[in-house]
Each structure stands twice: as C-alpha cells, then as structure tokens.
Design a protein around this ligand. Sequence first.
Ligand code: ZN
Length: 362
Amino acid sequence: MTSKLQYVGWQVGITYQTKKKAGLDQQYLHDLLLEMSDRGMNFVSFMMISHGLNDPIHDGYTWPTANPKLKCYTDRHCLNADTETEFLSDIIEEAGNLGFHVNLFMNGFWWNHDRVKVGYPGIRTMGNANTNDAMYHHCADNDDTWRLACDEVSDLLTYYSRGPVSSYGFEMIGREGCKCPDTMKLFNDALASAGLDRNREARAAEDFFRLWNRLRDKQVLEEFVLAIRRAAPSIEIWHHGYMELGDLGGYRFSANSYRKAGVDVAMPCVHTLMSEDMLERVLSSAEGFPVVLHVDARGGATLNYGVPAKSPEYIRNIGKWILKHNKECLKGAVFFNEPFTSQANKDAVYEVVRTWRDTGVF
Ligand SMILES: [Zn+2]
C-alpha cells in the first residue's frame, strides 16, 4: 500500500563537516531554508553536536549551554554556541513560519571522553578503551554517564523551548553489551532479586546475561524517552536506529519496543542501503511503525566510520526505489548532511523531491 510522505528535507550539522571552524551562520541557514521551501521540502533537522573523532575541526555542543557542568564540552569556536552570537533561535522561528517541521538531533552517549570527564568525573567508557572509537562510547549503566546524557538533552530542549521545535531525535543509548563494573553490578543485583546466585548458576550465567542485556537495552530506551519527555513534554521523539528495525542489540529496536517506550518515529540510518531488496527489508521490518528514512547524500569520505560515498545516480535510484516500494509506514526521508553535500548531489536530491511531488507521493 502506498501513502503520502509527510516529511522530506535536509539534516544539517551546525558544525559537523562544515568548512569553517565556527560552523554555519545565520545567512547560510536563512538561504538554505528559502532554497528548501522553493524546492518543495517541509522538514529540517539540526544536528546540535559534532565529535572530533569524526570531524577534526569540530568537537562539542553547538548551542549556548546553561548547565555549568556541560561547559566542558561546548565548542567554544562555534558561532551558535556563544550567547552573544547565537542565531538558531531566529532560524527555527523562520522555519516554523515557512511551515517546516523542525527537528533537533544529537547522537547521545558518544562524547570526547577526556573533555566530558571534566564535568562528569565518574563517567566510564565501554569496551577496549585503547581504541579511538571506544574513547567515545559511554555506558548508560554508569551514573555520571546517565546524568550527562539527560543533562545535555534537557539543556538543549530548554534553550530552544520557545521556538517551534516539533521533534527530538537521538541515536545511541549507551548499550553495546558492555560488561563494565557498573553493568555487572546491575546484572548481579537482577540475578539476586530473582533468587539466583551467579556462582551457583555459573553455567547459565552467560545465557542469563544475554537475555538480561536485551531487556536492559529496552529499559534504558524507555527511561531515556521519559527523560526527554520531562524536558519537553509535548515534543515527538524520533529514534535513529540502523537499517532494519528489530531488537538486535546496541541501539536497534523493534516496532513493539518503540511503541512500548513511547517513541513516535523511527529514523533508521540507511547509509548502507544499496538495493531495492534492502529497502524492502527495512520497510517490512517496521511492521507498520512510522519510519522516516535517514538517507546519506554525501559524496565525500567520512572519518573513522565507513560509509560509501554517494553519487547523483545513487540518490536518483533511492528516489525511484522509494516510489516503487513505498509502504503505509513510510512517512518521509531526511537527506544527510547538507553542508557536506556536493552541488551535483544536492541537485539530484531536489530532482527526487520534484519527482515525488509530481507523482503525488509527497
Ligand atoms: Zn557498562
């Protein structure tokens, strides 16, 4: 069954993959909004954090943080992060007046460890802390990590609470099967409360852990959604999982888990979607849950994570596949990341949007 797409637009990093150390400015985003509106788009997402691991000249928060503990990870080079030069409030207002759905977005639980530990000294990385990647992954079972994750979303949504922000999106939830002391204490407490002794049940402990870990993933998702709702009670909550929906560990969840947690929209990362079959699998896995595809439109190489560079032909193909395999659950497409997208790829995106408009699918 086909349906009309409700949301089509760009996700834009305020600093991420932008050319200048200060990131974008008001004129750039003003011009972009008019261009998007002119080309028939109705959705814009602002990515409010960058990470030095993935962008060597940008690292940290891109709004004027109010919580003193968050100052340690504020990007002091970012134009929008200074109270005196903050401009995104005006842009959000302008986007609202143009009829855009405005989304704010951050990764979550993924920070430059050496910088955030200044404000949150007890914070703990997960896995092998000798690799660059592991120095950004943080465990939700740690009290300071959890506090930071909740503090940053609360700070951001409070700062922009006066503007027409309709939804908040996030990616990681600090759960990757970590076995740090904080995680193992929670696990052992859960065993004990079920009347099980870890030493006596040694042979089953691994099975117990796998099951408990999946349940804990879902619990953390539910608790994080509650934390966002406390900060912004009327906002929609969008989750950026990866490819097919399913309780597959890490930050991947099934439609049922999303419904139980109160997530409104799944925004799966489909940056490795390379065929019609893969699109069909992603949409089938949604089991009717609202999906907005997060489509990579970048032609350049990414730093420290492998995503194939995209061509105009790839973007046109995605446009055609969506027309052909559209399902009721498909509510839109967000193209990523506008400041790092070549003009040829941008033209292909706008061509796709025009085709969707012409065929009545959007
Ligand atoms: Zn842990």
